[in-house]
Design a protein around this ligand. Structure first.
Ligand code: DC
Length: 213
């Protein structure tokens, strides 16, 4: 057993910045767990749609969260209907409290690469490696369009731009845990980088953090 503290890597950033892709590749490279916290909020948004629960009904959303775990496939989690309400679902303080507790419980078990909006600021403020991943709106629209095309969904770029800009606005302006870089986060602009370029840069940060402990 090593004496090193468990490796926690926090990756935050705006919608469609490539966090999830990078987090998955990085976790594979480091051979550790990957937790995409956006999927947790998306799953709750999906359950709200399915049960006709209003996205602004915090108490009902909390009850849904407590109702138990369910597998929901990627296509449903990424659907336009979910995109349209997920930022509203994620803005409720008590919903966030419950999500954060679950995310911390995962980190308490060991090494993890965790992707989201508030991982470096709220969920794991002591994470030794924090990355704030950004990209231009143009790059993010193009990535999301490609991702959807891959899934067989054809959406006009201007619609995607509106959706991304609206989610950015909601995620940045909410009262609880808004999207901002942690003070000690490394900001990486991935507009002109491949996912592997970004992963290599983060691996270098991990190596440096390891050497410093
Ligand atoms: O990363 P994503 O696009 O899958 O996230 C979906 C939504 O969930 C996003 O619009 C805001 C919310 N979210 C959040 O509030 N906090 C997180 N840690 C992760 C996601």
């Amino acid at each position: 057993m090593s004496d090193l503290p468990a490796l926690h890597v926090a990756i935050d950033g705006p919608a469609a910045s490539g966090k999830t892709t990078v987090a998955r590749l990085l976790a594979r490279r480091l051979d550790v767990l990957c937790l995409d916290t956006g999927a947790m909020y998306r799953a709750l948004a999906y359950l709200a749609l399915e049960t006709q629960t209003e996205a602004d009904n915090e108490a009902a959303l909390c009850r849904l969260l407590l109702a138990g775990d369910r597998e929901i496939d990627e296509a449903r989690l990424q659907s336009n209907a979910v995109n349209a309400i997920v930022s509203t679902v994620a803005a409720h303080p008590r919903v966030r409290e419950m999500m954060v507790a679950r995310q911390r419980a995962v980190a308490a078990r060991g090494a993890v690469v965790m992707a989201g909006r508030d991982i470096g600021t709220v969920v794991l403020p002591d994470a030794p490696v924090k990355v704030f991943l950004t990209a231009s709106v143009d790059a993010r629209v193009e990535r999301r369009r490609e991702q959807l095309a891959h899934a067989g969904v054809d959406v006009a770029a201007h619609r995607l731009r509106e959706e991304i800009e609206e989610r950015d606005r909601l995620d940045r302006s909410r009262a609880v845990a808004p999207l901002v870089p942690a003070r000690d986060a490394h900001v990486i602009d991935s507009s002109e980088m491949t996912p592997d370029d970004v992963v290599n840069e983060i691996v270098a940060l991990v190596t440096a953090a390891r050497a410093a402990t």
